[in-house]
Design a protein around this ligand. Sequence first.
Ligand code: FAD
Length: 492
Amino acid sequence: MMQSATLPANVSEIAAELTAIVGVKNRIVDPAELRTYECDGLAGVRVRPLAVVLPETTHQVAACVRIARRHGMPIVPRGAGTGLSGGALPVAGCLLVVLSRMNRILAVDLENRRIRLQPGVINLDVTRAIAPQGYYYAPDPSSQSVCSIGGNIAENSGGAHCLKYGFTVNHVVAATVVLADGDIVEIGSAAVDPLGYDLIAAVVGSEGMVGIVTEAVVRILRVPETTRTFFATFPSTDEAGACVSAIVAAGIVPAAVEMMDTLAIEAIVKATGVDWPLDVGAALLLDVDGTLAEVEHTAGAAVSIARQAGAIEVRMPKNDAERALMWKGRKSAFAAMGRISPNYYVQDGVIPRSEISTVLREIAAVTAREGLRVANVFHAGDGNLHPLVLYDARVPGEEHRAETVAGEILRICIRYGGSITGEHGVGVDKAVYMGELFGDADLETMNFVRCTFDPQRIFNPNKVFPTPRLCGDVPGSYAPHAVETSGAAGRG
Ligand SMILES: Cc1cc2nc3c(=O)[nH]c(=O)nc-3n(C[C@H](O)[C@H](O)[C@H](O)COP(=O)(O)OP(=O)(O)OC[C@H]3O[C@@H](n4cnc5c(N)ncnc54)[C@H](O)[C@@H]3O)c2cc1C
């Protein structure tokens, strides 16, 4: 679906003003070149921006914001464009501010375990920069080899190891933000416990709607002394779900707990050749980390809880290569779906951990009612589900039925006290469900907070907050992101 932009008459005037700030190489107005920026990971919806800038400094960002504001242009910030909910999707007539050229690590402070960096730095490059000294950056979205820290901040991104270490919001301590009037503000502090309101919490997860983050200070952690991994199989997702709850209830916080059901295991085995059994109902992959003494104890306790919960088999990797293979299996799960279905729709919702078994049964029932199959592979420790609704786009009506199931899955998550997104954001894709999760007063309060930063709603208008859908309007359909088809990363 391509929406047409209403172009102001003064495009060349705007282009000249932007060129004066960022230079001609960092400014795009040519329609053919603009096509690169028509969409993010929600590839089914496309809007051509009026102009794109790729600034290199905070002051350039601020100056571009002032130009856009003067010309009444909406502004959409963009990092690496891997977002799956249309957060970086241009809006008609907008200035797209792409932060990918602001990609420098500015200061490493190992003593205080902080890094100051620009927003275009790729997530994995943070860890790469400090790994030789024994440190790492904890939030690990599956897209970490391609997504940017600015995008992570805007989406409050998470990953497999966020169960123990927390999401992006727990790792950002300070930020430089360009506001809608072009003012540059510093929020938070590299030091602990800054005074005043926690404005960092308002910016992280704001999906590019309160300002443009042009610098951030993030926490870094010491690489744990040791990590133990185990893989346990169960007769069904009921026992596996009960095992996750029992482990956490026993006071053990694994670094990661991932669950895969029968269909997911089948796809992974077919795609990667890992020797996982096919006649089981579910499998858990767990990482426990810490000091050697602590890990000996917690891994032993977690394994005996898994056995008590009905594990059929518990496997421990004999060496790092075997461990890496187990994680490779999990991480290839989404790409592996092609082995069992021509198409699939990835949903992202979150539920209380204790409801995993019940919710999975409801999801299975809804999917079966539509004559489809669903595979599940997800961050079980966080209750962050990623049901993959399998369908064949060549069969008339199947894609539509898959979308219906995907929507029903979100309603089930809401009914069980969860939310419509665990990590992929609301963007344009899920805005329609916001009114089902929140009441009018809640939405108004959120809007109020947003307008405190951006009274005219210049940044990312028409995102996140629901507007009445028009007849025939549907959320964007699933299309694999380029990094996914290339095998560089899998979703969730
Ligand atoms: C294969 C694949 C796997 C994925 N796996 C995960 C996963 O495991 N966990 C997860 O959480 N997500 C995952 N994602 C989604 C996506 O990678 C994350 O949301 C990521 O944080 C987006 O980063 P980005 O740099 O691509 O941001 P973009 O897509 O460019 O932008 C995302 C949002 O951030 C805003 N934004 C970007 N930069 C700034 C800035 N500097 N200041 C203000 N706003 C800004 C944009 O306006 C937009 O709203 C996956 C995506 C893909 C394609």
